[in-house]
Each structure stands twice: as C-alpha cells, then as structure tokens.
Design a protein around this ligand. Structure first.
Ligand SMILES: Nc1ncnc2c1ncn2[C@@H]1O[C@H](COP(=O)(O)OP(=O)(O)OP(=O)(O)O)[C@@H](O)[C@H]1O
Ligand code: SF4
Ligand SMILES: [Mg+2]
Length: 324
C-alpha cells in the first residue's frame, strides 16, 4: 500500500488529491491566498469494511469526503472508484457513479427538505437512482432502518432527531450504494440515541457489505466501529493503519498525542502529550513535515524535508522521518 494507485482490496483510492479554496478580499475581490484543505492525499479505502477518518477541526476531513463522492471537483489528482477515475465524469456516467456512492450528513435537520414528506424525499432518491418509487418500496426502506411503514406520510418536523437521521440513512440506501461517506453522522444527536444509530449503521454495513468512510471526532466510537483508521493533519494523511494496530501502537507523533488526550482508550496508563502551539493556518502550511511546529520529536530534517509514506507490517502506513 505504499504507493498511490489502486490496489485490489480498495474500493476507492485517491492519488495526490488536491483541493484548495481561494480566499478573496478587498474591493476587487482579488485572490489573496488559498486554504490548502486537501493537499496531496493518497488514501486507499478498503472495500466492504469501515475506515474512519479522524483529525482536528478544519484539517480537511469533510472536503476529502465530498471530493471522493464527486460533490467537489479537485484541482489536481485522481479518484479511482473500482479502478475508474471519476474526476470529470459527466451526465449519465456521473449519475451511475453516484448511485454507488452516497453520503449521510451530520445534521439531519438541515439535510431534509422540510416541505417534503418523508415519502416524497425517499421517492425522489429512488427515482434518481432509477428505482421503482412506490409506497410499498418506501415503506420497506423505512422498516429496514428501524422506522415504520407509516412514517412516509409524515413531515420531518414530526420526527425526532434520531428518526430524521434514520430517514437520512434510508435516503442513502435507496439506490443500493456500495460506498457511503458518513460525515459525523451521530454527533448532532442526543447521546441517548447515538448508540442505536451507530448499531443500525453497523448492521447495515454487514448486511449489505457496504464500504464506509466514517468521519468522526469521537475516538472511542472510532475504536468501537473501525476496521481501519486514517489520521489527517493540515490537509494530508499522516497515518493509516488497521484499527487494532492504530489503537495499540500509533506511530505518528500526532496520532500519539491525539490518543494520549483520550486516556480511556489506552490499555496502559500513558503520559498525556500536550502539543505546543496552535494548529498552523492551512493558508501558510509549514515547510518540510507540516507537523514540525508542534511535534515533540522534531529533528532538523523535519523542518525542510517532507516525509514520504513508510509501510510497516504490510498495512501500517506512516508519514514521519522517525521511521525512514
Ligand atoms: N467551500 C469552502 N470555501 C472556502 N473554504 C472552505 C470551504 N470548505 C471548507 N473550507 C476550509 O477548508 C478547511 C477544511 O475544511 P473541512 O470542512 O474539510 O474540515 P473538517 O476537517 O471537516 O473540519 P470539522 O471537523 O470542523 O468538520 C477549513 O479551513 C475550512 O474553513
Ligand atoms: S517528521 Fe519529524 S516533525 Fe514530523 S512527525 Fe515525524 S518527527 Fe515529528
Ligand atoms: Mg467536517
């Protein structure tokens, strides 16, 4: 897995994926700089398992999630889905791809149209996916996510947060996708219903052999559900590993700091690593290793040379000079 490109076990793979957002200002709205939201990502997402994507707020997780679904166009790089580059797909080809790749958003409140009944929302999704859009099909879809047949006649306002998120999940499932990006799917829900929704997502993943990219801040949840974990820092992946490896033996100093700040996750007591300084601006990315301004193990080389992927034990990938 060291090189970019598509490998057998991956459903989705990105190759040097880049997305910068221009910052404009002044009277003439000139471009003053760029937010390097996704800044050269090579990520393989293995098929039929759950890969979680973690990292501090603003590091580019949602942007990466939208890119791999074709909801944003990259400035550079490739996105291979089942080996086919989906960048630049148009018309029917793009629609065929989108039937296989869906998203569940963080906030079910704003992702459902309040003027449409649940049934109308799901029928629209079914039609877009070229499926039969009848009350019966919608009812069965609702039952498959733990709701009732009759919920299709209600408006979103008549549903609880958890029920709305079940509708969001049903909408993603309506087209029989292979791949779902779950962007913090439970973080806006009451703690009391989070576990139910997480368990529903796990059941659906097994039942339909789905591939998930699960974006989350919650490391305990990530530990509970993931097969693989990828860590992002300032627009790049810094480590990716099978979940068990990641939680027992994180290699990147940034991952070690993240995990040490969640001590309940550690089997043995570990000293909390407090990172110096703030996250640098994603407009002026530090040279060399972009973590060097905060890294407790920084070396001279780190300030000038960007680390490349090093692969340990077959599947554990880390970008850090400590391992080169
Ligand atoms: N449409 C946009 N236009 C301009 N800048 C954007 C846009 N979308 C995201 N950004 C910027 O890109 C960077 C990455 O944002 P992104 O939403 O991908 O981060 P994130 O890791 O999902 O954060 P969070 O954990 O808070 O959801 C941020 O600096 C953000 O402000
Ligand atoms: S490359 Fe250097 S600065 Fe970057 S994480 Fe490794 S030790 Fe720290
Ligand atoms: Mg986000």
């Amino acid at each position: 897995m060291s090189d970019a490109g598509y490998t057998e076990g991956a459903l989705v793979a990105t190759e040097n994926l880049i997305k910068w957002f221009p910052i404009t200002g002044g009277f003439f709205k000139r471009t003053k700089g760029f937010v390097h939201a996704v800044d050269g990502v090579n990520l393989q997402i293995p098929k039929e398992v759950i890969t979680s994507l973690v990292g501090e707020s603003g590091c580019g997780k949602s942007t990466l999630g939208r890119l791999v679904l074709g909801l944003l166009t990259p400035d550079r790089g490739k996105i291979l889905f089942e080996g086919q580059n989906i960048v630049g797909l148009k018309g029917e080809e793009f629609r065929i791809f989108r039937r296989k790749a869906q998203i569940v958003f963080q906030d079910p409140e704003s992702s459902l149209n309040p003027r449409l009944t649940v049934g109308a929302t799901l029928k629209e999704a079914l039609r877009v996916g070229g499926k039969e859009a009848t009350d019966k099909v919608v009812g069965e879809l609702l039952v498959s996510v733990g709701l009732e047949y009759e919920h299709q006649y209600r408006y979103p306002r008549a549903l609880s947060g958890g029920q709305k998120q079940r509708v969001g999940i049903a909408r993603a499932l309506a087209v029989n996708p292979k791949f779902i990006v779950l962007d913090e799917p439970v973080s806006s829900l009451d703690v009391s219903v989070r576990a139910q929704i997480v368990n529903l997502l796990l059941d659906l993943q097994k039942k339909y052999k789905l591939t998930y990219l699960f974006i989350s801040h919650d490391l305990s949840l990530v530990k509970y559900i993931s097969d693989y974990v990828a860590v992002m820092y300032l627009g790049v992946i810094v480590e990716k590993a099978p979940s068990r490896k990641f939680f027992t033996e994180p290699l990147h100093p940034y991952s070690q700091a993240l995990l040490s700040s969640a001590p309940r996750l550690q089997r043995e007591a570990v000293e909390r690593i407090i990172l110096k300084g703030d996250v640098p601006s994603s407009v002026n990315i530090p040279k060399g290793c972009r973590f060097h301004t905060r890294c407790p193990k920084v070396m001279d080389k780190c300030r000038t040379v960007e680390p490349q992927a090093v692969v340990k034990d077959g599947e554990h990938e880390v970008y850090c000079h400590l391992y080169t």
